[in-house]
Design a protein around this ligand. Structure first.
Ligand code: GLU
Length: 299
């Protein structure tokens, strides 16, 4: 068991929760409960133009209706600019950032660009006046980690993406920077989220390493797709949840997570049954490992 387990669900308030977001919420909640840990809600509202008024409050209310409430006061990323600014300063002082005013067109117009899609480093050694985006300077070499579900995952960020943006030209903070600053601030030990974010993790690890922050364990779970195979999202008009049939909605998310129906009659029953099943699937191997380590230590 992870000591002092701390997990989180970190929705962006761009619309109401749907089955896809509920799967991530439920998985992170179950993993925290299965580890007897803490579960936190963090509202990732760093992008006001994409935000929908009232969405955060609705998300929080729906989660509560489904039996999930934050164990600590909810953190709003809109209140965290000073921390992101401090991280940016630290990266700058370490020579890991530079200003960039390349437009998207300029970056993709060179067909001879062998790095197709990766930022070619155009502004690395240029004097660019503000306002401009700030990029993180990525060093060559792969970065990898062992995901609890997907196993070993490695990416050569320099070759596939290149230097990535940590603050946009309009001053808005990039998700990659904000998420790792807050995961560290909230002492998150375990991140459980959709597999659509798996290939964001190496970038987050590079930032953690550059800032001297710990890397949590990661568990990326398959995302929910619609009949056409598209990830459920507001863009694909995923049906918002209302929590009126709470157990039914939970059971549906539960089946997306690959489990047989619990057949529970109440939220409390569902939680109990789901926590033990989750523990058997996702915590057993850890328990076995730590038990055998304890046995070995005794011998
Ligand atoms: N805010 C992100 C989203 O809604 C998730 C961040 C995360 O779990 O790391 O897609």
């Amino acid at each position: 068991m992870v000591r002092n387990y701390r997990g989180r669900f970190a929705p962006s308030p761009t619309g109401p929760l749907h089955q896809g977001s509920l799967v991530a919420a439920l998985a992170s909640w179950l993993d925290a409960r299965a580890h007897c840990g803490k579960w936190l809600i963090r509202i990732e509202n760093i992008d006001p133009p994409r935000e929908q008024r009232g969405a955060a409050a609705e998300q929080i209310a729906l989660l509560a209706r489904l039996g999930m409430t934050s164990d600590e006061p909810i953190l709003y990323q809109s209140s965290r600019s000073a921390a992101y600014e401090a991280a940016l300063q630290q990266l700058g002082a370490a020579g890991r950032t530079f200003r960039c005013n390349c437009t998207r067109r300029l970056l993709t117009s060179d067909p001879a660009d062998a790095l197709a899609g990766a930022y070619p480093g155009t502004c690395r050694s240029r004097e660019v006046p503000p306002p401009a985006a700030t990029r993180f300077l990525v060093r060559p070499g792969p970065v990898g980690f062992t995901d609890r579900a997907c196993g070993w995952f490695a990416q050569n960020v320099e070759q596939t993406l290149g230097d990535f943006v940590v603050q946009r030209a309009d001053g808005l903070w990039a998700y990659q920077l904000a998420v790792i600053v807050d995961d560290a601030f909230q002492a998150i030990t375990d991140v459980v989220r959709g597999a659509d974010l798996l290939d964001n993790t190496p970038r987050q690890m590079l930032l953690q390493q550059a800032l001297g922050l710990p890397t949590p364990r990661y568990l990326h779970l398959p995302v929910v797709r619609d009949a056409a195979g598209r990830k459920l999202s507001k863009q694909t008009r995923a049906r918002p949840l209302d929590g009126k049939n709470a157990v039914g909605e939970l059971e549906q998310a539960w089946s997306h997570l690959g489990f047989e129906p619990t057949g529970a009659g109440s939220i409390e029953d569902f939680q109990q049954l789901a926590i033990s099943a989750w523990r058997r699937r996702w915590c057993q191997s850890e328990a076995v490992r730590s038990e055998s380590a304890a046995l070995q230590a005794r011998e």
